[in-house]
Design a protein around this ligand. Structure first.
Ligand code: ZN
Length: 328
């Protein structure tokens, strides 16, 4: 059955090698997947997890209770940890979360014969969390496999690196992305443009290519690059009042994404940004402004409901946007 399958594209050879390791049961205790955002590292880890946990032979499309449970993301022997934001702090994986994970895996597996832990965002573990995990990586107990996923290899503790099998995933070639987009039914012209802007991330390419993603990306880049005078505020508000709510929401989401990318650059985490062509934006937006504008945009995105007057709403947003830009 096609539905019970995690789709992996672009690094078939590496993937086959990993699958053979699982089949031969010589997958190391911990593997660390690194590579750009959104290229499918998690999909590979999920498919390997499925094979490890499977009650049958791990074949593609298997519908045993284990494979089904994993597809529904409620497998009792599969644990996933991701960075979470608490209060004002940026997303992190904390020692409590790793502690809870290790506590869970100290029990016997319930459905399968082994257990799998997926740490997606291993580069967001703080040092305490990484050290806690390290103890388990050094002295593994029971049959448990760890998949660590990270886009910033440089943020992984060397001790954790040395205890894991490294697997690095290259960015997908533009032509591969273009081909895959066309296979998804996207027009050739749009596929070409989205692939070019995707920087090797299939996730980003799909977001761009499906629906009005490309158009909105272009609009937002233009919006953020041109000075925001009063006349432009009135024309923009008038134009955007004609959008429906869904379209406006996408516009706000795209603005937020760009501002987030700008902030990633200032935080020295440019590799996390989904867009690479940022120079012109960095010249316009300093760190403080990008942060204030993100907060403003987030606030307006939340307030955007069907019953607001879009024109007044946009005027309010753009005037505040202008005020932040004018501040010394
Ligand atoms: Zn199965």
């Amino acid at each position: 059955m096609e539905t019970h399958k995690f789709k992996v594209v672009g690094f078939e050879k590496e993937f086959e090698r990993l699958k053979r390791m699982v089949k031969r049961e010589d997958m190391p205790h911990a593997a660390l997947f690194t590579g750009p955002e959104g290229i499918g590292k998690r999909m590979v880890a999920m498919e390997l997890s499925r094979m490890i946990l499977c009650l049958k032979e791990g074949e593609e499309g298997c519908d045993c209770p284990s494979c089904k449970a994993l597809m529904d993301m409620n497998h009792p022997d599969f644990y996933a940890v991701e960075p979470t934001a608490k209060g004002k702090s940026s997303p992190l994986i904390r020692i409590e979360e790793i502690g809870e994970l290790l506590n869970n895996i100290s029990r016997l597996p319930l459905l399968s014969k082994s257990r799998v832990c997926l740490i997606d965002g291993a580069d967001f573990m703080n040092e305490a969390a990484a050290n806690r995990l390290l103890k388990t990586l050094e002295e593994p107990t029971g049959d448990v496999k760890f998949f660590l996923i990270a886009s910033r290899r440089s943020k992984i503790l060397p001790t954790v690196l040395s205890r894991s099998m490294p697997v690095s995933f290259p960015a997908l070639p533009v032509e591969t992305i273009e081909k895959l987009l066309v296979e998804r039914g996207i027009e050739e012209e749009a596929a070409k443009e989205a692939a070019r802007l995707s920087f090797g991330s299939m996730k980003q390419a799909i977001a761009l290519a499906e629906g009005d993603g490309l158009l909105i990306e272009k609009e937002v880049r233009e919006f953020l690059q041109k000075p925001l005078g009063f006349e432009r505020i009135w024309t923009l508000s008038k134009e955007m009042a004609e959008f429906d709510r869904e379209r406006l929401q996408k516009w706000f989401a795209a603005v937020l994404l760009m501002l987030r990318d700008i902030l990633f650059y200032y935080e020295g985490a440019a590799e996390l940004a989904s867009s690479r062509d940022m120079t012109s934006f960095l010249n316009i937006y300093d760190r403080k402004r990008a942060l204030m504008l993100s907060m403003l945009t987030l606030e307006y995105e939340k307030r955007l409901t069907a019953n607001v007057n879009f024109r007044l709403f946009m005027e309010g947003y753009l005037l505040k946007f202008r005020r932040i830009m004018e501040e010394k």
